[in-house]
Write a protein that binds this ligand. Structure first.
Ligand code: ADP
Ligand code: ZN
Ligand code: ZN
Length: 737
């Protein structure tokens, strides 16, 4: 550890990188990862703060230009041991540098926001008589003193505004020592609303109470809390947290980013007041950094947030709650590609905190772990208000037979019409995964499937080919259905905008809102659309999975899922799981309050178990069938899938390198016999001017697989010039792209 890798504390895009500093002899024994240090910076060698995020034995910087760390401040710890442990775990488990792991676990460092405050200088001799003297005058200086006597805690900017005065009277008072100006750190608040309605605990029902008691007994293994939407899980979480707080410990509550609405935060703030903070990607860097510091300083005890809130630096963590644990967003899609659930398990192991994973539709993986004893399983079977919407499956093949080629089945069309007449609201739901789409027969529902892999082919419009995401085999798009010879075999690919047009055509009187990535790209537009819909400024909301989660609109009595098959046929081994959980969630949007809810699931595969089980609200049957499919196909949790992507600007070099890696893998696989695909273009083949090629490897034993891959990559790096070629590895990714 000759050099320390240091991030400096300056808010400037250009210095948002890592600098190497020489570690002086006298500090060699003291310096640690995660430490706050002082370093000289820039031409003037101004001394500024920095954070040690790693060490190196070599540097690219010329010897003569490298600087030394100046000193270590008194309170030098910034990362707790736990956080450092977590960063190391991430670097090791998700194959990234320690440096990236450290950057991942801490928010971007932003200089503290300081505000100028103005005070009466009570230390001055005879200050009171000075004040009396001033007050008898009728000028700005008297006004200032008068105001300060009534409002002792005020910023310079504020007093100037309130009294409509300039700097000069303040300066004069300061010069005469009557007032003092000082700097005070200003917290950049994350929760802006000032008033919350205070709530208190509900008396729990039996199932809730059992769940609470069990979690309060501090089980060592993670607890999977399985309970339908509306079962009262959040109420249980809050009472668990209350118990944790009473023991002087802290809580982290994770919810998916899209569920992190003001309403969600409001529930927790309503119960716990200013003990609560929140962190998510829509906050500014300054806001996020301040919340992180407040947690570290012990100013808050409950952090609510999306994925990255797992890195909240509490010093006595009591509980971590991961709500909607099945959500794919808990797995990061950027390096390091960590799985928040795994990180949480590690964190809880390290700190002794309890971990609760909650869901109405647990991930197949988590439920499998609960069944095999890795997790405890706690169920809440009944809903608080015991009402489920009426769900109907609509067979779209029948519609075609009856010569209805529109995107609305007759039943759904009539239901929308009726809802409009009754002045009730409707949600129309469509989900598409990226650009990919599949080919199916509208007459019989047949879907083109890969013979090798038991998953659907994905249609790639640019090349007009069918491609399997697993073995990378290709096929031409057929003109007639191989099963029933109908000519209505085609790729599926209606977008939300197309639906908006169709709605306008069929229901010209309806007021329509659309919510998808395009409609929500502007800041706060997401909340604005929902607000408008809640206030009943629209009759129909059209949207993607963004509208599936947790929303609670009392006047929505109808939900139409236009094409269940789109997610189902996405060509992913998890597509049934995604379909089941999404349909269950979407259906839960209907009839939340007084009005009876109705849900239509339009599909060309009405017999598919994921759709039937969603209709019957039957997770267990779904799970039993799905786990069997996974076993048959040798997919997780029975195997692990390694996904390797090589990328770079020089396409030929990327291709050559991955071909070479492939030959190494094949050579060494003679002994191991893992399943290795051919080299293929990645689904997103060109990204930011870089070309991407991929390989998958599948095996049962994760450690053996990892060692195998790492060994082969090491050989690749030794044998080939890998300059400007990036190796990207992920384990069991959400999507096989
Ligand atoms: P979940 O998180 O499982 O979807 P919630 O905790 O949001 O369920 O509960 C659903 C609704 O029932 C909420 O409005 C909540 O305030 C209410 N609720 C929860 N528990 C109770 C209880 N024991 N008694 C009365 N109402 C409750
Ligand atoms: Zn295949
Ligand atoms: Zn057919």
């Amino acid at each position: 550890m000759k050099y320390a890798n240091i991030i400096v504390d300056i808010t400037n895009e250009n210095v948002d990188k890592i600098f190497h500093y020489l570690v002086p002899e006298c500090l060699k024994d003291k310096i640690r990862l995660g430490m706050r240090v002082f370093v000289p910076f820039g031409y003037g060698n101004r001394i500024i703060e920095g954070y040690v995020i790693g060490f190196s034995d070599y540097t690219d910087i010329e010897e003569s230009r490298i600087k030394e760390i100046a000193s270590i401040p008194e309170d030098y710890s910034i990362f707790s041991e736990n956080m450092i442990h977590l960063a190391k775990y991430i670097a090791d488990r998700y194959y990234c540098t320690k440096c990236l792991a450290f950057q991942c676990i801490m928010p971007k460092i932003v200089a503290n926001k300081l505000e100028r405050y103005i005070y009466i200088n009570y230390e001055k001799e005879d200050i009171l008589s000075h004040i009396d003297n001033l007050m008898s005058q009728n000028n700005d200086r008297a006004k200032i003193i008068n105001y300060l006597l009534k409002n002792p805690d005020i910023t310079v900017a504020r007093i100037k505004k309130e009294l409509n005065i300039k700097d000069s009277p303040i300066k004069t008072l300061e010069k005469n020592n009557i007032i003092k100006i000082g700097f005070k750190r200003q917290i950049r608040e994350a929760i802006t609303k000032e008033k919350y309605i205070k709530t208190s605990s509900f008396k729990l029902n039996n199932e809730q109470q059992q769940a609470l008691d069990f979690i309060n007994s501090e089980p060592k293994k993670p607890v999977l809390l399985f309970g339908v939407t509306g079962a009262g899980k959040t109420e249980v979480y809050m009472q668990v947290i209350e118990n944790v707080i009473n023991k002087g410990k802290q809580a982290i509550v994770l919810v998916p980013e899209i569920s992190l609405t003001p309403q969600t935060v409001e529930r927790f703030v309503g119960r716990f007041g200013d003990m609560v903070s929140v962190t998510h990607s829509r906050l500014s860097d300054g806001q996020r950094f301040d919340q992180w510091q407040r947690a570290k300083d012990g100013d808050i005890s409950i952090m609510i947030g999306a994925r990255s809130a797992i890195f909240t630096p509490f010093d006595n963590l009591g509980i971590v709650i991961i709500d909607e644990e099945h959500e794919i967003s808990y797995k990061s899609e950027t390096t390091p590609k960590y799985d928040t659930r795994e990180v949480a398990i590690e964190l809880c192991k390290q700190t002794g905190a309890t971990l609760v994973l909650g869901s109405a539709t647990p991930s197949v993986d988590s439920y499998y772990k609960a069944r095999s004893g890795d997790y405890h399983l706690v169920s809440i079977k009944n809903r608080i208000n015991n009402r489920l919407p009426n769900i109907e499956i609509v067979d779209m093949r029948e519609e075609l037979k009856n010569n209805n080629k529109s995107i609305f089945s007759k039943d759904l069309y009539n239901a929308i019409k009726e809802n409009l007449d009754k002045n009730l609201q409707t949600i129309l739901f469509l989900n598409r995964r990226g650009h990919s789409t599949f080919v199916s027969c509208r007459a019989c529902g047949y879907v083109m499937e890969c013979e090798n892999c038991n998953v659907n082919y994905t249609y790639h419009s640019k090349r007009n080919k069918l491609i399997c995401h697993y073995c990378n085999s290709e096929k031409d798009v057929p003109n007639i259905c191989p099963s029933c010879s109908s000519k209505y075999i085609r790729y599926f690919g209606v977008g939300t905008q197309k639906i908006e047009e169709e709605v306008a055509k069929h229901f010209p009187e309806a007021r329509v809102l659309r919510m998808d990535i395009d409609a929500t790209s502007k800041k706060n537009s997401h909340e604005k659309i929902l607000e408008q819909f809640r206030e009943h400024k629209a009759d129909i909301l059209i949207g993607t999975q963004m509208i599936a989660k947790g929303l609670d609109f009392p006047k929505v009595s109808l939900v139409g899922v236009l094409a269940c098959d789109i997610i189902l046929n996405s060509g992913d081994y998890k597509s049934s799981e995604y379909t089941f959980s999404l349909l269950t969630q979407v259906a839960g949007r209907a009839g939340r309050a007084e009005v009876e809810g109705k849900v239509f699931l339009q599909t060309y595969m009405p017999e598919h178990y994921s759709i039937v089980c969603a209709r019957n609200n039957d997770y267990l049957s779904f799970y039993k069938r799905e786990i069997e499919e996974r076993k048959q196909g040798f997919y997780p949790p029975f195997s692990n899938i390694f996904f390797i992507v090589l990328s770079g600007k020089d396409e030929e070099k990327v291709f050559e390198s991955i071909k070479y890696l492939h030959s190494i893998l094949i050579y060494y696989n003679q002994r191991t016999n893992f399943f290795i695909t051919d080299v293929a273009k990645a689904d997103i083949y060109k990204l930011k001017n870089e070309y991407r090629y991929k390989i998958y490897i599948k095996a049962e034993d994760e450690t053996r697989l990892k060692n195998f891959v790492m060994y082969c990559i090491k050989i690749l790096k030794e044998k080939k010039d890998m300059k400007n070629i990036y190796i990207n590895i992920s384990l069991n990714p959400n999507y096989m792209q």
